[in-house]
Design a protein around this ligand. Structure first.
Ligand code: PEP
Length: 252
């Protein structure tokens, strides 16, 4: 059975003390109302170690939002997968559309990052998704297929067990415009088919595929009720504990 997951992506928000407080607030709510899914907090690098120490690891897992495409050495300002792992974080988000668009992260760079993350025993939340023009041209399926193939299909089936996919249509991220549950289901089922063709039905069935893009408490239940939508990657609505819990609660 694949995992149901609700993962927050704080992006570049929150000072250290604000982030720790937010993590403690989420932890407090989940201590009182146990989640029916895996809950992950994706935080900036500087928060990782403190957030790991501030939450109950049985209730909340912690993720970085990125890691370097190099192992170690003279790469000023970069943070390696080994460093992320050393904080106690268990996941890393890779391939987010903001990294692709603003920091030039190509499929080839992402492939390196994925390999280093897995080599350091991190699980990867790998983001894929089309921009508006591609959706309007009906090219969303070929776009996500290429993103998966180029960055992930060199992995063995055993390695692939450490990959969570997050389908995030770029036109829905931070825009308030959510994909309909039918649109999400259609492309999630397509992605699962792509995985089945490469790795077989079992691996495809075991892979968690999250939806991301203006997901909030009011639409999470309907999205998560789709058979191939296994939870969400949440940006804006992960920045306030009650809003984030409203999405986690969609699985209750
Ligand atoms: C994201 O950036 O991963 C995301 C889904 O953002 P938002 O929920 O704000 O659209």
């Amino acid at each position: 059975m694949r995992k149901k997951i609700v993962a927050g992506n704080w992006k570049m928000n929150n000072t250290l003390s604000e982030g720790v407080q937010l993590a403690k607030d989420v932890n407090k709510i989940l201590t009182e109302k146990a989640p029916n899914c895996t809950v992950i907090l994706g935080t900036p690098f500087i928060h990782l170690a403190d957030v790991v120490r501030s939450v109950d690891n049985k209730l909340i897992k912690v993720s970085a939002e990125n890691c370097a495409d190099k192992e170690k050495g003279a790469y000023t300002g970069e943070v390696s997968a080994a460093m992320v792992k050393s904080t106690g974080a268990e996941y890393v988000i890779l391939g987010h559309s903001e990294r692709r668009a603003y920091y030039g992260e190509t499929d080839a760079i992402l492939k390196e990052k994925v390999d280093l993350a897995l080599a350091n025993n991190l699980k990867v939340i790998f983001c894929i998704g089309e921009v508006l023009e591609q959706r309007e041209a009906g090219k969303q399926n070929e776009v996500v297929k290429a993103q998966v193939e180029n960055a992930l299909f060199h992995l063995s089936a055993e390695q692939f067990a450490n990959i969570v996919l997050a389908y995030e249509p770029v036109w829905a991220i931070g825009t308030g415009k959510t994909a309909t549950s039918a649109q999400a289901q259609e492309i999630h089922a397509f992605i699962r088919g792509v995985l089945a063709a490469k790795y077989g039905k079992q691996v495809a069935d075991d892979t968690t595929i999250l939806y991301g893009g203006s997901c909030k408490a009011s639409n999470a239940k309907e999205l998560f009720a789709q058979p191939d939508v296994d939870g969400g990657l949440i940006g804006g609505a992960s920045l306030k504990a009650p809003d984030f819990y409203g999405i986690i609660e969609a699985f209750n």
